[in-house]
Design a protein around this ligand. Structure first.
Ligand SMILES: [Zn+2]
Length: 117
């Protein structure tokens, strides 16, 4: 290799300075990173009666309008974050669910956006 080192490019990072998100900040229960609440989805546990498929008597749903009562767990609308949250039992911990709750049962609808199809 003879010379020809590429000139180091300094500066010009993608908005690394003063990137404070406006509005409330929440922590994703999957990747544990903080993000603006607007960038996350809120999930809440709602009681289910008469459904054997709901472990612990509750099911986790997406609170799209942020109007459901109770504790909320915030998550990126990202399959990877959902998988992480399931694996570590983050829903059960964040929502204070009974130990019988199975995080694998959590299925978030509309992964990937505004449900075009
Ligand atoms: Zn995340």
């Amino acid at each position: 290799m003879t010379g020809g080192e590429p000139t180091e490019v300094t500066g010009g990072g993608p908005g690394a300075t003063s990137d404070a998100p406006a509005g409330p900040v929440r922590t994703c229960i999957g990747c544990r990173r903080r993000a603006a609440a607007a960038a996350l989805v809120r999930t809440v546990a709602v009681p289910v009666s008469g459904q054997a498929s709901a472990p612990g008597g509750v099911t986790v749903v997406v609170d799209q309008r942020h109007r459901l009562p109770g504790r909320g767990a915030w998550l990126h609308p990202d399959p990877e974050c959902l998988a992480l949250a399931r694996r570590r039992g983050a829903f059960r911990r964040a929502l204070r669910l009974a130990s019988g709750f199975v995080d694998d049962a959590v299925v978030l609808p509309a992964e990937g956006g505004s449900g075009g199809r």
